[in-house]
Design a protein around this ligand. Structure first.
Ligand SMILES: [Zn+2]
Ligand SMILES: [Zn+2]
Length: 240
């Protein structure tokens, strides 16, 4: 029997001027996350609805400050808002550069960007740089340390019983000696276990449809076990 887990969005967490708001994370529907500090504005997994959600909390000037987008993987519930976000920033006359970080091999992001560029290149006033992530090397953006890590996400194959690996990442963000670990979508994965442990906040998906272990997502039990190794945790991406 599948267990219902009632999660009320948005989920908000803050420590030492390090703030995260998860507007939504529902499998096959949408995810949408903002991470901010005093001088950083990042978006993580802009799924469908991200503009509506951002506009409830922020004015246009604040939204124009988005400097970096982090994509865990190319499934539509994690990238469905990229086109509208890029277009909105153009219409609002963003001038500062924007980087999009994503797992190397993520066709969806490269295709969205290519199509976007072919339509809007002439009127675009801000520079978009695609940053495919090939390894787990940490880097610094606006005084936030970002450590990407490979996770273990798959999608069902056409044959109906096997599955195919999806290029997918989790991200650990650190600022003012506080840390947030976001695992993206993943089945059980040693990297996630390692990165979540000791984090101030762990955001762990529990997207498995049943309590059976799957190679696509974590069960609530697996996700809770990983979450408990952090100081605090949210279970997200729970089927509704
Ligand atoms: Zn998903
Ligand atoms: Zn997925």
């Amino acid at each position: 029997m599948s267990k219902k887990f009632n999660q009320k969005y948005p989920l908000i967490w803050e420590k030492n001027n390090f703030y995260i708001k998860i507007y939504c994370s529902i499998p096959n529907i949408a995810t949408g996350i903002i991470v901010t500090t005093d001088n950083a504005t990042f978006i993580v997994d802009p799924g469908d609805g991200i503009l509506r959600d951002l506009n409830k909390d922020y004015n246009a000037k604040e939204i124009l400050a988005i400097s970096d987008i982090f994509i865990s993987h190319g499934h539509h519930d994690h990238v469905g808002g990229v086109w509208s976000l890029l277009t909105y920033l153009s219409v609002m006359k963003k001038k500062t550069p924007l980087n999009i970080y994503y797992p190397k091999g993520c066709l969806e992001i490269e295709s969205i960007y290519k199509a976007f560029h072919s339509v809007y290149a002439n009127e675009l006033k801000y520079k978009i740089t695609l940053k495919p992530i090939k390894n787990s090397r940490a880097f610094l953006k606006k005084e936030v340390k970002i450590k990407p890590f490979k996770v273990n996400h798959r999608e069902p194959a056409d044959d109906g019983f096997s599955s195919i690996e999806v290029p997918s990442l989790g991200f650990k963000f650190e600022h003012n000696s506080s840390s947030i670990c976001y695992g993206g979508d993943t089945a059980y994965c040693d990297n996630l276990v390692k990165m979540a442990a000791g984090s101030d906040l762990a955001i762990i998906e529990a997207g498995a449809e049943t309590n059976e272990e799957s190679d696509l997502h974590l069960t609530i039990e697996q996700a809770s076990e990983i979450g408990k190794t952090a100081n605090e945790y949210f279970l997200v991406h729970v089927p509704e």
